[in-house]
Ligand binder design. Sequence first.
Ligand code: HEM
Ligand code: HEM
Length: 1091
Amino acid sequence: MENAERMEESSEPHTSEMLEEDPTEIFDDPDEDQVVEMDEAMFARYQQVQDQSFDEIQIPRSMVDEIQCIWNLLLGRLPSREAAGEAIYDSIMEEAPGIAKLFKSPRSVFALRFVNGLNSLVTEVGSPGAFKKQVETFGFQHLDHDVSAPRVDLVRDCILNVMDQELGAQFSSAARLSMTALLNYVGGAFMFIRRELAGRIKIIQRSWRLAQRLMEAEDAPPRSTTSTAAESPYCAEEDMPKEMEADATNKAAALEKEADDESGSVKSSKQQNLQVPTTFDGMFLFNAAVMGFGESTWMKTVLEHMDAIATNVANTSRLQEECYVLSIHLSKCKDPVNLTEFKAVMLAALRSIVPDEWNMDHEVAWNWLWENVERIISSTIALPRAYEKAVRNFLFSQPEDKMMFLRAQTFKTFFMRCPSGQDFFKQSTTRLYFILDKNYEMTIEMFENPGKVVQDLSALGLRHVGYGVPVELFPPFVGSAVEAVAEVTEDETVRTAFSWGLNLISKILMRVILEGSTIVMKAINLNDEAALRKAIAVAPRQHRATELLNISVGTQSFSPLFWAIESGSLNSARAMIQDLLTIRADREVYYYGCEELFRRHPDIVKRLCTSAPTLLETLLDGFIWRSRRSVHGMRRVNYYIKYLIQDLDGNFSSAMSCFVEHASPTIASHPCCALAADTVWFKFATTYFLLGKLYFLTTLLVFATSQAFLVRHDGQDVPEEVWVIFGCRLLLYMLVLPATLGSIMLKCFVDCGTKNFEHVCGVPIPASLNEFNGLLKTMLMWVLLIMFITEPLIWCAQPNDPEMLFRTSCEEVKEIKMAYSILSALGMLLFWALLLDFSVFSTHISAFLLVCGNVIAEVGLFLLAMFFLLLAFSTSISALNHHLVAFDGVPVWMRSLFQIVIGMFPVSNYYLFEEEPAIMAFLAIYIILVFIFLMNLLVAQLNQSYHGMFADMKGVARLRRQSVICSVMASAPNSRWKAVLSSLGFEKRCEFNEGDVGVAGGIQVLEPASAVAVTHDSIKRYGGSTAPTMPWPAEVEPSDVEKERFDRLEKLIIKSMKSHKKQGHGRAASSALGTSSVLSEDSSQGGSPNS
Ligand code: HEM
Ligand code: HEM
């Protein structure tokens, strides 16, 4: 029963629940901390903007429902959330021209941020604490804008007008009044915050920025001084608390005394080297040491979070998040934490680091900030320890059936409360439970190791941006999880602890999602090229590439491009690559994203090869610029292939090995790949390839000398020749044979180590043995081994006869000499076959050889068919009753039929067959089948496959060359490579047309103008402003213009219809357009307090 009540109470849980339960409030005096109930009188008052106070208000439930319902109705009515933001933007531009110029962000960016902002306000409207914090945060974002009551009226009316237009009668007067009250409260709060807090916030932001800037300049030589610690800058400060000052002086005096004790020379050198820190952190630690807190670990922990706290002073909810995380860290410290001591050291450090600006206002502002931080931390610091224990014990002690109930109940409640959640959690139940288990683990880890979890959450949040999860689904999800826990346990500490931990996680995730949700990410989720182009069109030209490549939240960054690739939004990824690799230019600068792409993603080629090979061609096409002009029939072509040749550190790029692994002949013969490979090959790799092959050429020569050139078959041995033969064979058996054996074994060993096996007829064999070269080498090794065993020089050696010590033939080897000579011939062939490696020098020859290798299968089929016919006809003819004694038996007929095929059958034998018509008939059929049918079929087949294959084979030949380059480069010397790189001149900017110096990183070649038809320049050039902060002028599609016209017309009609209604029947309508234009003039005159 109690449970049910609790559930009832928290039927709409918010991430903010935890904040509500929490007594702490940022920037509020705790004494005044009270929630004001919005009664009817107050509701009526809020029909006007109120800026006298900014209280936490408890809005009645009915009004909350009204607001949330109408807002969701509006979002549901429009095609997307951003459309609502765009409509409000248009409305502000049209109806409030006086403030329109303040809205500087592009329409789409504003639309996304405004709708997200308004959405979070509406989501939190029912929880006074969280709502106030949201308003406060947005209030701080409006500090720089002159928000006044009439201006709030304007913005509010624009929002209400959009609701009117879109919802019509559904936008009831009750809803209108509720929305008006809400927006007036928000607007009034903005004004209040601006009036009351703007000064303090700005002082803190400015002084922190100054301190940071000094920190950034840390690389500059530090201020060197001969002063001792006693003369440290803070000692001169008047505002330092008295007791601290005294303490510091004592410590400094002690330090000085210590220094005095040392020898004079040491002292003087110390004094000379003593450097006063120039950074905030350094100064803080210096002051802390002097004040006696040098050993305090908790102070260092707070110091690590100082930047996040000071930077987010204007972001209430972020500041609170930082404080919570810091309390978890501090709860782990053994020493007692005294934040007042920290404040003293911090102020001293700040005074020293920004001495020129520091005044009383700074004291007040920083004291105020720190008191607020202190209040939150001191109220939460005791919780994490107990919470960690409670959550850990609870989760680890649950039996599996309870855990299953917990998981199932969480999703059941969540889906019941938010049916739209099912559109995101579409995975199988086991996967969903797995994700929930991860959430449980993360909750425990949040207490154990908050630093790591916060980092992980940044990455996780950015992934959730990719999943397109709206943030308003988080509070109900967390609520469901917390309620499920509440159903399983009665222990109040467990419930609060779990809720606290998971809420903090969810809060961080939501923040990351909001910060990481860019219009580019939204477009990626749509996977629509046009949407992506539209989204990126508004980016400043200098940041255009970065927006496609990097979103940073906290310490984590995330690449929209990689996300698009990973999530399979390949249309978006294609548009992104095309956009990055489009050269754009104003009069001053060329913008080309190639360099940024490779700097951000040095492994882009690898990623595309593995995850999106269809985009490889898009990427490579982007590296080519072709001039439209041709001179003397030749056209300039720039290939920006720097990063296909080298990596960021100047080493050989891994791109080529990725292409080799990808093994696509089409990609390998893409002009960019081909040029990159040819450049490296001819400028560098050839030399090392030839050097590597020199050994092989020598062995070939040695083998040929000993087995072919000097061999005599007449049995006459010339002693000099025999000695040369002996020398060569000794080299073969003692050097070549062991080296070949060693290299084969090494490769097999590596293959076994890396489990690189290929299956031949189901038997796994090391991959290197299955390659053409590996196979040949293995065969050669066996041939040499057997030759060594059967070597006549050894068998015929006569140690007693020095004159004829070695002989190539003798009685003993008569029988094996034939076998030896066959092996020798085979070895010779193998050597020549291995020489085919040299074909890599010419892609034409290499391609021809590959084609030969491939069509051999056709020849094999032909031979098989021929063997079948041979067998069939030899047996059948043999079965005939004939009188030819010389042709008796199957083997004889087989030999004869084979001779016929290869043209070695004596013509005279045909006369013998004349008397045997049956044999003649069979022979005729055989000859027709073999010569007319099979032979021609083979020719036709070879012809066909040659044509089909040759184009591909050129690609394969290129792949072979690239693979050889990769293996050569692995062992090539680095110094020579660097020299080759500098000769390529990638750092020099490459000319486009004459006198037009473009971007660096390319190689220019001239190609015949007729090779490719170029009808337009691929560089997009724009006139007008050349400011890097400006986006490129919009490229307007004709369809967009028409759509815009229709939109305007539609709006005019709706407006005029509304004004008709307002005027009632009394006034005669002249014309719809006429009336509306008059009215809009009226309204702009009447409603322009800012004009
Ligand atoms: C009814 C009250 C208002 C609400 C609810 C509201 C809300 C918002 C929100 C949510 C944003 C986006 C914040 C972000 O960047 O994430 C925003 C931006 C902004 N607001 Fe307001 N606002 C209100 C009134 C005003 C008024 C009266 C002014 C005029 C002085 C104003 C000027 C601006 C400007 C200049 C921006 C930044 C636009 C840009 O990025 O170009 N707002 N507002
Ligand atoms: C406290 C809140 C949440 C936490 C801590 C959380 C955590 C996680 C984790 C750990 C994953 C695992 C996969 C990954 O690493 O990307 C995940 C995936 C996911 N989450 Fe969340 N999540 C939360 C809320 C939500 C909500 C409210 C939704 C939407 C209704 C959502 C939608 C998804 C989706 C669609 C996936 C991808 C699942 C998959 O790849 O199979 N999450 N989440």
